[in-house]
Design a protein around this ligand. Structure first.
Ligand SMILES: Cc1cc2nc3c(=O)[nH]c(=O)nc-3n(C[C@H](O)[C@H](O)[C@H](O)COP(=O)(O)OP(=O)(O)OC[C@H]3O[C@@H](n4cnc5c(N)ncnc54)[C@H](O)[C@@H]3O)c2cc1C
Length: 97
């Protein structure tokens, strides 16, 4: 079990000990979208640019969830994106028939 963590102040170099019984790791966010580079539009950080229907810059390709450029990346927004993208994809396929 974790009993404490050592915290380094990166400005002063000072190291202090913080007692805790748990640790929540948050090491940053990095979208795995490199394989889409050159195919659809991404922002400078690699997030996929979409419109409100979750359509990307390429017709027939939709994006949902944390890989999209958006304000809030949480389960609630990922689930909403999934519903929108699925519905938009269905409409797209209907239009092709
Ligand atoms: C540490 C942490 C804590 C969080 N806490 C909360 C919280 O308390 N409440 C909350 O609402 N949200 C929280 N979130 C955010 C939440 O987890 C995400 O918003 C949500 O999981 C996004 O769902 P997603 O399906 O878009 O992406 P993910 O859940 O990341 O799923 C993407 C999946 O795609 C897979 N994948 C990646 N590349 C490929 C590929 N090339 N081929 C096939 N599969 C691939 C990955 O392995 C992964 O399984 C937290 C996130 C983190 C990192």
């Amino acid at each position: 079990m974790v009993q404490s963590v050592l915290v380094k102040n990166v400005k002063t170099g000072e190291i202090s000990e913080m007692k805790t019984e748990g640790v929540f790791l948050f090491v940053g966010l990095s979208p795995r979208t490199q394989f889409l580079k050159g195919l659809i539009k991404l922002d400078e950080a690699g997030y996929i640019l979409t419109n409100e229907s979750c359509e990307t810059s390429m017709k027939g390709i939709f994006a949902a969830g944390d890989c999209r450029k958006k304000l809030l990346r949480q389960i609630a927004t990922a689930v909403g994106d999934g519903a929108i993208a699925a519905f938009a994809a269905e409409k797209f396929l209907e239009g092709r028939e």
